[in-house]
Design a protein around this ligand. Structure first.
Ligand SMILES: *Cc1c(COP(=O)(O)O)cnc(C)c1O
Length: 299
């Protein structure tokens, strides 16, 4: 058993030289700092599933993700620290070279199984897993679900009620943003930036997690996916380098950089009213930058 060595999360004012001349203050919650591998929102989303698995005396956790899944890596690291066996079911055939993220998950003891996209979609378990899957604890892809939402809602413990008029975050499965909405007040606006292209079903997936909670104070922006999941272009890379040189804050190209870019682009278009206090959630995932060619980023 290897105890998790958590670092402290900070909430910092964000000074970035953008051209918006509105009187808007920006802040950033550095969830990326907490851990290299269980980074950002992933510990929050996993915590209640893992507690539940342990309460049910499960020895194995099975979960699902794609080739760059920060969720699989976080699950691997979390399970290692709790002496649980982790199994990751990966979408698509096994590639010739594993991504850094999957390789690390394997090094941390996660057993990886690659399944066809169709089997993944249908949640068909590989035959080798039949024997253990009946007694394993299953977590949906990306930690999507109620326990993930309730865990993500605890991110709000790092700021005070109504301290911010706006809270902005990246959206993959929508679990984190659902938790933030759940923890918000009706006076706050929650804005999620979808990192998938045209993922129009996301609104429905988010409201499903909210059951009958207040659901009118949020919106999902679809304009900053940069071509789709894990896609990027020179504008995004230049932005990441500029943001780092001005703030010393590293971002990941799959999630947080797209959200930060979107926030400041919208700020330039006067999206935030004067007097707004905007919190950006840095949700981690920095190890994903290891898949970029050397020299792409200045950090
Ligand atoms: C997983 C992840 C997200 C997306 O979280 P969801 O709850 O799936 O929407 C955002 N940022 C980073 C860095 C992530 O790893």
């Amino acid at each position: 058993m290897k105890p998790i060595d958590f670092h402290s999360i900070s909430l910092d004012p964000l000074f970035f030289n953008y051209s918006c001349n509105n009187d808007v203050d920006f802040f950033i919650l550095r969830l990326d700092k907490m851990h290299d591998e269980i980074s950002g929102n992933k510990w929050f989303k996993l915590r209640y599933y893992v507690d539940d698995a342990i309460a049910q005396h499960k020895q194995t956790i099975i979960t699902f993700g794609g080739a760059w899944s920060n969720h699989l890596l976080a699950t691997a690291a979390y399970c290692q620290s709790k002496n649980l066996t982790a199994v990751g079911i990966v979408r698509g055939e096994k590639p010739a070279y594993l991504s850094y993220t999957l390789k690390r998950a394997g090094e941390l003891g996660m057993k990886l199984f690659f399944v066809s996209r169709n089997d993944f979609q249908e949640k068909i378990m590989p035959a080798e897993l039949k024997a253990i899957s009946d007694d394993a604890y299953i977590i949906d892809e990306g930690g999507y679900g109620m326990k993930g939402t309730d865990g993500a809602a605890t991110i709000s413990r790092y700021y005070k009620e109504n301290e911010f008029s706006h809270i902005c975050c990246a959206v993959g499965t929508g679990t984190m943003v659902a938790g933030l909405i759940k923890a918000s007040t009706p006076q706050q606006t929650i804005t999620g930036f979808s990192v998938l292209k045209n993922n129009r079903s996301i609104e429905k997936e988010i409201t499903t997690l909210l059951t009958n909670e207040k659901i009118n104070n949020h919106s999902i922006i679809h304009d900053y996916h940069f071509g789709g999941y894990a896609k990027k272009n020179h504008l995004l890379i230049e932005f990441m380098n500029r943001f780092y040189s001005e703030t010393s804050i590293p971002t990941d190209f799959v999630y947080t950089a797209k959200m930060v870019y979107g926030v400041f682009d919208l700020a330039n278009k006067n999206f935030f009213a004067p007097g707004s206090r905007v919190l950006l959630i840095h949700s981690g995932g920095l190890q994903g930058n290891n898949s970029l060619p050397q020299g792409t980023l200045i950090f």
